[in-house]
Design a protein around this ligand. Structure first.
Ligand SMILES: NC(=O)c1ccc[n+]([C@@H]2O[C@H](COP(=O)([O-])OP(=O)(O)OC[C@H]3O[C@@H](n4cnc5c(N)ncnc54)[C@H](O)[C@@H]3O)[C@@H](O)[C@H]2O)c1
Length: 356
């Protein structure tokens, strides 16, 4: 499998974004978001997604030079117009406002309309956690989650992220789609030429499928939990919570009106809704960091069923992946991922990725 140095992946991402007109600061910010995904092992949301953003900018669907503005605010809240800027531009703007408000009055709750895809929801919640705050993020997305008992994708993979700090620099990092997996994981299975596990997706006939191509074509993901018999309606419920905080509060498109995202898309901007919150635990019972550290210690020290597979806390997998990537200094991609990047590099006239 081809390996690419981490700095070279960053160079390629930044060059690509600059080549289609993103200003330096936003190319750097958006590349950092995508690189974090590959470094932490979420290959669905890194290089795999780059061409989508490149198409959105070059076809005028996203305005990489736009600046978000606050439309209305109180001490603890802000309603933001994302101005159709890049997801990372809106994410940095909104989470910075939420963090400032949480430091001033204990909580900052910020919602944005007219945003674009902001990658890993956890990247934004992590920003608050690094400031000693609890970070929460939600976004709506394209309509591909099939509500329980329905046939058609209507809600989104609407991810939920919550990062909470513990003493000693430790943290809980929950970051998950409200579908069994994110759509990008189906694309990764296609790149790897592997079938899907049962319970990820439906085919065009409305039946559960393990064929990655068929699932991609149908664009119908099962909610977290799968079918009704295995509690899939709870994933449907989680997606609905995201919808309330995102489109409900911001006035953006509801998910069923969001256009389908692809790297050849034309038409209207996505007008996504997003929600960014920060909470200062110091406003509540003393000893928050110690209690979270105690939970983490207890969970990780549980006796595992398989001694080869230790019990993890939410966020551990990504932290372990990041440590391994940093130690190796390179990221391992599939052959077809590198080929797609080469084709895109030729199209936009930048230096291709240098494989080690
Ligand atoms: N922007 C969007 O529209 C959008 C939509 C969907 C997903 N996403 C992003 O895609 C990424 C992947 O989402 P996903 O749901 O497919 O990821 P996933 O299924 O890998 O779940 C990730 C979460 O589960 C935790 N986890 C994994 N294994 C664990 C274990 N053994 N024990 C305890 N916790 C464990 C991880 O630490 C993390 O919190 C996320 O970053 C998400 O925000 C973005």
């Amino acid at each position: 499998m081809p390996e690419v140095r981490v700095d070279e992946v960053r160079r390629f991402m930044e060059d690509s974004l600059r080549a289609v007109g993103a200003p330096e600061s936003e190319a750097v910010a958006h590349a950092a978001l995508l690189l974090h995904a590959d470094v932490t092992g979420h290959f669905s949301h890194g290089l795999n997604r780059l061409e989508f953003y490149i198409n959105d900018i070059s076809s005028g669907l996203t305005d990489a030079n736009a600046k978000p503005v606050i439309l209305k605010e109180s001490a603890a809240t802000a309603w933001v117009d994302g101005a159709n800027a890049l997801g990372a531009t809106v994410g940095n703007f909104c989470m910075d406002v939420a963090i400032r408000k949480a430091k001033e009055c204990g909580i900052g709750w910020v919602v944005a309309k007219r945003s674009n895809h902001f990658g890993m929801a956890g990247w934004w919640a992590l920003k608050a956690q690094l400031e000693g705050l609890i970070g929460l993020t939600f976004t709506n997305s394209s309509p591909i989650l099939v509500p329980t008992r329905a046939k058609k994708g209507t809600l989104g993979t609407n991810p939920i992220a919550m990062f909470a700090p513990a003493t000693g620099g430790d943290y809980i990092g929950v970051d998950m789609a409200s579908t069994t997996v994110a759509m990008g994981k189906i694309e990764v299975q296609i790149h790897k030429k592997e079938p899907l596990p049962e319970g990820w997706a439906m085919g065009t006939d409305g039946k559960v499928t393990t064929d990655a191509q068929e699932a991609f074509k149908a664009g119908r993901l099962l909610p977290l939990g799968g079918l009704e018999s295995t509690g899939g309606y709870k994933g449907y419920g989680l997606s609905a919570i995201g919808e309330v905080f995102c489109s409900g509060l911001s006035g953006s498109n509801c998910t069923h009106r969001v256009p389908k995202w692809s790297f050849t898309r034309q038409g209207d901007p996505m007008d996504l809704g997003q929600c960014y919150a920060a909470i200062d635990p110091n406003c509540f019972a003393p000893g928050f960091g110690e209690r979270i550290a105690d939970c983490l210690r207890t969970w990780r020290n549980l006796e595992p069923v398989d001694p080869e597979l230790p019990v993890l806390a939410p966020g551990d997998k990504e932290r372990i992946n990041a440590e391994q990537t940093t130690k190796r200094g390179s990221i391992i991609y599939s052959e077809s991922q590198i080929e797609s990047c080469d084709t895109m590099a030729r199209k936009i006239g930048i230096k291709p990725l240098k494989v080690v």
